[in-house]
Design a protein around this ligand. Structure first.
Ligand code: CTP
Length: 401
């Protein structure tokens, strides 16, 4: 996603600047080109040498070279960037930015930029919730800046509250900015199920399946980073998302999942059932651990679990319903039958037959089926596939208006 992208970092004078060298390291590891511009105050927290060694580029921190008098061309620097990330952005620099001030190299570069600009404000809790800061955030959003909200946690002041800059790994995820979704998603509510349910055999053992939850998390992160309100119903042991703003609910069994989804379903614009739900559960799991015995492992009587997807489809519903189908053998015809049987609005089919598609992999190959279309997607990373699926859903919704 970031390979070959030109990321310009603007650092201002906040304690969270100490996290930026690690952020640069992650950006470089992801294949991005990185340049750094910073305010004189930022250099109180992090050295230009560290920043230039890691970014492999000189660091710009003044408006001109004080020895030679040479002017530093901030316009070219701004035009070079595919994205400008201002992190950490202090309350003071945020205020100066929305007022159009240009008193330092960071502000000047931001004013010249034509690329998307991501603001990462970080400050003390009370400064963050202050009316003037919130006003500035609002104005910044109106001006088209992307704002990454600070996180809750312990702050440099010793207080606990909202104001922390997200960790570098989370910041990297926010640059999924490059995989922008259809603006239809902004403010929409989506519920995603992910992972494989676990059905108990005794207090220690369960049956489950190989689902890791990666596809569900990729959908959740793409939707969230494009302004959707995301609830992720994930099974115990499956992958968790990086973003704190994704509302996660952990469940274990198919019955737990059904109860949770049913409670939240009517508040959703879209429901995506990416979870691998066990079709059967043991009717009577053993109350105590089953001990090894000569008679072998006991036989269980199995009862069928509810088909959550089919039930969600069978009622008069406000939400768009996206089902997933995993087949060990690709058959579009069978998938079309499953689409009809389930009564969904769209079905995403993946087949274990496709090399590069499967549970633990980071790539996938899918076919999207609706009542009047079949769209085959290329083999891509799960995060890119997530974007294509969500854009497909947005187009279906826009078409049906
Ligand atoms: N699903 C569900 N409840 C179940 C089983 C499946 O909600 N008890 C959902 C899955 O989350 C997925 C879709 O139904 O979105 C298809 O799941 P899949 O396992 O492919 O199909 P099954 O209904 O189990 O049918 P089969 O086993 O015959 O392929």
């Amino acid at each position: 996603m970031l390979a070959g992208k030109r990321v310009l970092l603007g650092i201002t004078g906040g304690i969270a600047a100490y996290k930026i060298p690690e952020f640069i390291r992650l950006l470089k590891a992801a294949g991005a080109e990185v340049r750094v511009v910073c305010t004189p105050q930022a250099l109180e927290f992090v050295t230009p040498l560290t920043l230039s060694v890691l970014s492999e580029n000189p660091v710009v921190h003044s408006l001109y070279n004080s020895h030679s008098g040479e002017w530093i061309n901030h316009v070219n620097l701004a035009l070079w960037a595919d994205v400008l990330v201002l992190a950490p952005l202090t309350a003071n620099s945020l205020s100066a930015l929305v007022q159009g001030k240009s008193e330092n190299a960071v502000l000047l570069t931001a004013l010249c930029s034509r690329c998307p600009v991501v603001l990462v404000p970080a400050m003390d809790h009370d400064m963050w919730i202050h009316g003037s800061t919130q006003n500035n955030v609002l104005k910044a959003k109106e001006m088209g800046y992307e704002v990454v909200e600070p996180e809750q946690g312990s702050l440099a002041s010793g207080l606990i509250g909202k104001g922390r800059m997200p960790e570098p790994a989370s910041l990297l995820q926010y640059l999924s900015f490059f995989k922008r979704l259809n603006p239809w998603w902004k403010g929409k509510r989506i519920l995603i199920s992910s992972g494989g349910t676990r059905e108990a055999l005794d207090p220690i053992r369960f049956i489950s399946n190989q689902s890791t939850g990666k596809m569900g998390v990729a959908l959740a992160e793409a939707a969230f980073s494009n302004g959707a309100q995301v609830t992720l119903i994930r099974t115990k042991g499956s992958k968790s998302p990086t973003f704190q703003g994704i509302h996660c609910i952990e469940v274990e069994t198919a019955l737990d999942m059904q109860a949770t989804i049913t409670r939240l379903a009517n508040q959703q614009d879209v429901i995506a059932m990416a979870a691998a739900v066990a079709d059967y559960r043991a009717k009577k799991p053993a109350e105590q651990k089953i001990k090894k015995s000569t008679g072998g492992f006991p036989a269980f009587h199995w009862v069928e679990n509810p088909d959550i997807l089919k039930e969600l489809a069978s009622i008069n519903r406000p939400y768009f319903l996206l089902g997933f189908a995993l087949e060990s053998k690709t058959s579009i015809e069978q998938a079309k039958l499953k689409f009809q049987r389930k009564g969904v609005d769209a079905l995403a089919l993946n087949s274990l037959e496709n090399p590069g598609a499967g549970f633990e992999l980071d790539t996938n190959k899918m076919t999207l089926i609706t009542s009047d279309s079949t769209l085959e997607l290329e083999l891509k990373s799960k995060s890119e596939i997530a974007v294509e699926i969500l854009n497909f859903v947005a187009e279906c919704k826009i078409k049906s208006r």
